[in-house]
Design a protein around this ligand. Structure first.
Ligand code: ATP
Length: 290
């Protein structure tokens, strides 16, 4: 059973600056949740609140019905994986695994060692001597092998090269299938990671913009391409988020419900309809244009 996560009217201020503004959402079932936002949108701040590293300035957070702050029962099941500073870390990956085994109720040591072999992570070397990519691999192994009910990866891929990131995504999907839990992945590598997401949360400037299942978000993005005057007429009542023009041909991206009759009208007037990736929706929903 998933731990229910309830965020109610949460704001967070750093002195005068409001980094999160009245955020509310609920996560009630297992799945991979993509938290997407531009630099400085508030992703790490929101995740730090869920992990109880900080308390909200106002609003409430509940995990499994309780305030998670300084709550050992809840916190042993919430795992926040972020880019830690290992410059002075003389312990080895194996020391970390042994510590996690004591502290995390579901930590799977054989699986951690299996992952270490796959990521070619030396188990006995001091962590400060490992490359950035290997330190990131250690982080994601700790996240996966802990099998915490709520596992948060805050841009956990940072030091990894593309093949290593692919390995991480594959292992994440495999382990999620075997041991479903709530995984929250924050990223701006949207095009690379969107296939992983069951659900999407987009934050922009401290506000929650989108909180929907992945399929619903992408089904709401449509591009109309054709003769400019016709495209303008067809999209005039819709939520236009981007447009491009080349000669008389115009492409307009919209976000929202598009009726069957409008789609038919577009087809009959030679206007092409195409789907939009989450990456493109993210760019244009959170961009300054339009
Ligand atoms: N300790 C702090 N004191 C003051 N302002 C802060 C502090 N931490 C974060 N902020 C500000 O809060 C906002 C949100 O920062 P946050 O790190 O949550 O964004 P992010 O979405 O994770 O960004 P990125 O993708 O660049 O990592 C930013 O404007 C940031 O400058």
């Amino acid at each position: 059973m998933a731990f229910k996560l309830e965020i109610n009217n949460v704001s967070l201020r750093y002195k005068q600056f409001e980094a999160l503004k009245d955020i509310s959402f609920m996560i009630g079932k297992e799945g991979i949740y993509g938290l997407v936002g531009r630099n400085g949108a508030g992703k790490t701040t929101l995740l730090s609140l869920i992990a109880s590293f900080v308390e909200p300035s106002s609003g409430t957070i509940k995990i499994d019905g309780e305030n998670p702050f300084e709550n050992a029962r809840i916190m042993s099941e919430v795992n926040f994986i972020f880019e830690a500073d290992y410059k002075e870390e003389h312990d080895s990956p194996l020391d970390y695994f042994e510590f996690q085994e004591r502290y995390r109720p579901n930590f799977d040591m054989p699986y951690a060692k299996e992952l270490a072999a796959k990521f070619k992570l030396p188990l006995d070397k001091s962590i400060y001597k490992l490359s950035d990519g290997k330190q990131s691999a250690l982080n994601v192994i700790l996240g996966l092998a802990s099998r915490s009910r709520i596992t948060i990866f805050d841009e956990a891929y940072r030091g990894m090269d593309a093949p290593t990131r692919e390995l991480f995504y594959k292992e994440l999907l495999n382990d999620q299938e075997r041991h479903p839990r709530v995984m929250i992945l924050s990223t701006h590598l949207v095009s690379e990671m969107e296939y992983l997401f069951d659900h999407v949360l987009i934050i922009d400037d401290g506000k929650l913009l989108i909180n929907e299942p992945y399929d619903e978000v992408v089904s709401r993005g449509v591009t109309f391409t054709g003769e400019d005057a016709m495209v303008d007429v067809l999209t005039r009542e819709l939520n236009r988020i981007h447009s491009e023009q080349l000669g008389r041909t115009k492409a307009v991206m919209v976000y929202g419900e598009v009726s069957e009759s409008l789609l038919l009208e577009a087809e009959q007037s030679g206007v092409e309809i195409s789907t939009v990736t989450l990456q493109n929706l993210f760019i244009h929903l959170t961009g300054e244009e339009d």
